[in-house]
Design a protein. Structure first.
Ligand SMILES: C[S@@+](CC[C@H](N)C(=O)[O-])C[C@H]1O[C@@H](n2cnc3c(N)ncnc32)[C@H](O)[C@@H]1O
Length: 452
């Protein structure tokens, strides 16, 4: 059997050859993923929108002075009353952006295989906590659980549970519908950090939390897809007088509008966040991401497991990436706050630094390379061969193109993993791998999928 044929039969055996239900209800959104740059929204048209959040922010600025971009982002995205993520579904064709798991089920299936592969490589621990940060509609976890179900014979002795970290009441409601069919327990112990719980369609317990710290310790496999980019960033500008933080103030010429200004002098943030050797003129720093990655690294160091982070980002070389999206269009980040998404590219080099060597890191590796290594071509062929429906073929091919095309999501999104040091101790895979092609790698996705 050729290597390709062997992998084809493996993936067919693993995932089955039949169509999955979720595929039937979906069609691909043409060229409208979240981070694509489109034309900017019309400022004149939008400026009429004095939103409740804008009023709240103006009140705050009038009381205490200009605010940091991080404070602005936190308020706009997760303010409990009017935050963008809190009370509506922004994903999909009718929303503001679309993400990979929503584009094609193959994406989630391959991620599911990654977790099983890592679970096996770490000696098949008796318990497996799947922990997803910011699960959106719950689609990715649903696709992963379908893979776990299909691999029931392998996982049947393993005690699996799902732990979702989600701040949005609206999205957690949608996640519960996707994953449990709506069967949830809402009357919970008030002393417990679990704010909702339910049972998946295949009988796996699912728990919801506000924060990672609330998730119980134990062998855990973490997932963060398009999560880190939503965390608040600080922005800094190099000036002739030295580094200055970028702040947000009320525009004196248009009292219903906000504008960016520079802090008049250096602040503790400039001292703390800008490194002496910094060569760029503009820098974005996300301390929340740093704290989160430290927590993940400590947990993996203590309890084992792994973390897979997928997002668009860079290796410490980009400058101004802060932007806003509404209805699949680039939008002015300071107009009508609370009605549009805010985001900034993830700095993977910063994440790597913040692990403080507690774990090994792999990547960032381009999405197209990761998915290719995971066998996306084989999976696509299997699905194409098993359907004669031309609409399905079109759907699959469009989804594949969106995920893999270097000009679409293929080159913009990256995969980054945290693993216990001992996981790589006996391999020739270099820690902090950035050019995976030249190395043979035992970790699926960062090298070819080898399933023993
Ligand atoms: C861009 S969406 C990505 C959704 C999903 N992972 C996907 O790829 O389709 C960001 C997700 O993170 C959640 N989120 C944003 N900030 C959060 C925070 N500070 N804590 C927990 N969840 C957060 C949002 O509510 C949403 O579910």
């Amino acid at each position: 059997m050729t290597r390709l044929a062997a992998r084809r039969s493996l993936l067919a055996a693993v995932l089955g050859v039949s169509w999955q239900q979720r595929l039937l209800g979906h069609h691909v959104v043409p060229a409208a993923w979240r981070r694509q740059c489109f034309s900017a929204g019309s400022k004149a048209e939008d400026s009429a929108q004095v939103t409740p959040l804008l009023k709240h922010l103006m009140f705050k600025i009038k009381s205490t002075g200009p605010i940091t971009v991080a404070e602005y982002m936190r308020e706009v995205l997760t303010n409990p009353v009017k935050g963008y993520y809190m009370h509506h579904d922004m994903l999909g064709e009718r929303g503001d952006f679309v993400t990979s798991p929503e584009i094609s089920q193959i994406f989630g299936e391959l991620i599911g295989i990654w977790y099983v592969s890592e679970w096996m490589a770490t000696g098949k621990p008796k318990t497996l906590q799947l922990v997803e940060l910011g699960p959106g509609r719950g689609t990715l976890t649903d696709d992963i659980l379908r893979v776990f179900n299909q691999l029931g014979s392998l996982l049947n002795k393993c005690d699996i549970s799902v732990h979702l970290v989600e701040v949005s009441p609206k999205l957690s409601e949608i996640q519960a519908l996707t994953l449990t069919g709506g069967k949830i327990e809402s009357e919970l112990d008030v002393t417990s950090p679990v704010y909702m719980k339910g049972i998946s369609k295949a009988g796996i317990p699912i728990f919801w939390y506000q924060e990672l710290q609330d998730v119980p310790q134990g062998t855990s496999f973490y997932l963060a897809h398009e999560f880190f980019d939503a965390l608040p960033i600080h922005k800094f500008q190099r000036t002739e007088q030295g580094w200055r933080e970028v702040l947000i103030d009320i525009d004196p010429k248009a009292p219903d509008q906000l504008r960016f200004v520079l802090a008049p002098s250096a602040t503790p943030a400039t001292e703390y966040f800008i490194q002496d050797k910094e060569e760029r003129d503009h820098v974005e720093v996300c301390p929340d991401a740093g704290i989160l990655i430290q927590r993940l690294a400590c947990r993996i160091q203590e309890d084992g497991g792994a973390a897979l982070i997928a997002d668009y980002g860079h290796n410490g070389n980009k400058t101004d990436t802060f932007r806003s999206f509404r209805s699949h269009q680039l939008h002015d980040a300071l107009i009508a706050p609370g009605t549009a998404d805010l985001t900034a590219d993830v700095d993977f080099s910063y994440l790597r630094t913040m692990t403080q060597g507690r774990v090994a890191t792999l990547g960032p590796l381009k999405q197209q390379e990761f998915l290719k290594n995971m066998g996306i071509d084989v999976r696509l062929q299997v699905l194409l061969q098993n359907s004669s429906d031309t609409a399905m073929h079109k759907h699959l091919l469009q989804g594949y193109d969106m995920l893999m095309n270097p000009k679409k999501m293929g080159d913009r999104f990256h995969f980054f993993a945290l693993l216990p040091h001992q996981r790589l101790a006996h391999s020739d895979q270099k820690v902090n791998l950035q050019h995976s092609k030249s190395l043979s790698a035992p970790v699926a996705g960062f090298g070819e999928l080898i399933w023993k």
